[in-house]
Design a protein around this ligand. Structure first.
Ligand code: AMP
Length: 417
């Protein structure tokens, strides 16, 4: 199957081919014709599956087909016709730059708005008119409040990483935005995970949506080799520096649970001679962008990130992800390892497991529905004379699985592991 058989116009087909895309990914093959057919979508897809093009291409197609030459000649203001809401600035930037790439042969105006930076340049851009706006909810509301953005002509509304938007507490903002958008619109909801909150949100938003689940949450794992090293907590940093040094790895993304942990680890790794930076929510937008750019360019060898800061990072050919600590939210494990093994490339995800984290591993194994056997790295074997904490029973995950099954209209499964 190629992109032209999906019903996209030749400008868009030429753009994706210039980006080196040879054929649509499964989510693109399913979502693009449905969106072109004006259907609402509820898609279970994580970053790395090609989900951005799955919604961006049909949106660009629809908007450019309805751009008449007279509209183009009119220098007057063009209202927002497609809005993509994202939870984080990084994801907003990523989605915006994908739109710009896919829309390179169109005359559509594609804009971005996110917080943490001055409002004025964004206002200036937006005042010139915009067809597609990619925005984080808080900044969008600021701009709406100032009368810079009006959504009364909106045709398509996209929620990207809706689960993370709710996790980050954006429900109020979302409700306020929804009051300003026309009821007659197309709505596309993308979420890596489904729980009751997403299900509730979707009921208000979507009209007879097409449900798409190209991959279950665990498929990122299929292209990604996953290794779990059992190691004492106080030797984790040493083990990471050893691996990176001995194997001569470059571009290693490391996850910690806390901002302080990210800073401390980056500092210690620098002392080990590995050029490392950290990104998290306390760093200014500029600092985060610089750190990311230097990492992308290979100027820094490792980047330590918290889960929120890492959402939406798309770094070409990222091969290595290390979980310095396992996440408290099991689904974050899938987001983390989804940073590697993207669009078919292979990757390696290493998790460092201290004895107090066994219950977190159990939760991850439950949502993956697979065992992740633990190994010892010679020289870093855990000290078994230390007492291991008791593991916790996993009822939350089973409940989430049942909710997700319901969301996709399946009979709730009672699988036990
Ligand atoms: P996404 O899931 O949208 O974040 O996309 C993940 C990565 O896959 C990005 O680097 C895209 O440029 C790339 N990508 C998306 N669609 C395709 C495709 N059909 N063929 C090859 N690469 C793709």
């Amino acid at each position: 199957m190629d992109f032209s058989s999906l019903g996209l116009n030749k400008n868009l087909v030429a753009a994706v081919s210039s980006l080196g895309y040879r054929e649509p990914t499964p989510i693109q093959a399913e979502a693009i014709p449905a969106i072109l057919n004006q259907q609402d979508i509820m898609a279970g897809a994580q970053t790395g599956t090609g989900k951005t093009a799955a919604f961006a291409l049909p949106i660009l197609h629809q908007l450019s087909e309805s751009l008449s030459p007279s509209t183009l000649q009119e220098e007057s203001y063009r209202p927002v016709r497609a809005l993509v809401l994202t939870p984080t600035r990084e994801l907003a930037q990523q989605v915006h730059s994908s739109f710009v790439g896919y829309g390179q042969n169109t005359s559509l105006q594609i804009n971005i708005a996110y917080g943490g930076v001055s409002l004025n340049p964004q206002i200036k851009e937006l005042r010139q008119g915009t067809d597609v706006l990619v925005a984080t909810p808080g900044r969008l509301l600021d701009l709406m409040f100032k009368g810079v953005v009006k959504l009364d002509q909106l045709q398509v509304l996209v929620f990207d990483e809706a689960d993370r938007m709710l996790d980050m507490g954006f429900s109020d903002e979302i409700n306020r935005i929804l009051k300003q958008v026309p009821a007659a619109r197309q709505t596309l909801l993308f979420s890596a995970t489904f729980d009751q909150a997403i299900f509730d949100l979707s009921k208000h938003l979507l009209k007879s949506p097409k449900l798409i689940e190209v991959d279950s949450r665990n498929t990122a794992a299929e292209q990604v080799e996953q290794i779990v090293y059992a190691v004492d907590a106080d030797r984790k940093r040493e083990l990471i520096s050893h691996l990176i040094g001995a194997k001569n790895w470059h571009q290693v993304l490391i996850f910690t649970r806390t901002k302080q942990g990210a800073d401390a680890l980056a500092r210690e790794m620098c002392k080990d001679g590995i050029k490392t930076q950290s990104i998290h929510g306390d760093k200014s937008q500029g600092a985060r962008e610089r750190a990311l750019e230097e990492f992308k360019q290979g100027k820094t060898r490792a980047l330590v990130a918290t889960d929120v800061a890492a959402r939406g990072l798309d770094i070409e050919q990222l091969k290595f992800v290390i979980n310095y600590e396992l996440p408290y939210i099991a689904e974050d494990y899938i987001h983390r390892i989804g940073r590697t093994g993207r669009a078919g490339a292979s990757g390696l995800a290493i998790s460092l497991l201290s004895s107090d984290e066994n219950w977190l591993l159990e939760e991850i194994e439950a949502i993956l529905d697979a065992r992740l056997p633990q190994q010892w790295l010679p020289g870093y074997e855990p000290d078994l004379t230390k007492e291991a904490p008791v593991s916790r029973k996993n009822t939350r995950t089973a409940q989430k699985r049942r909710t997700k099954d319901r969301a996709f209209g399946k009979k709730p499964s009672n699988r036990r592991r």
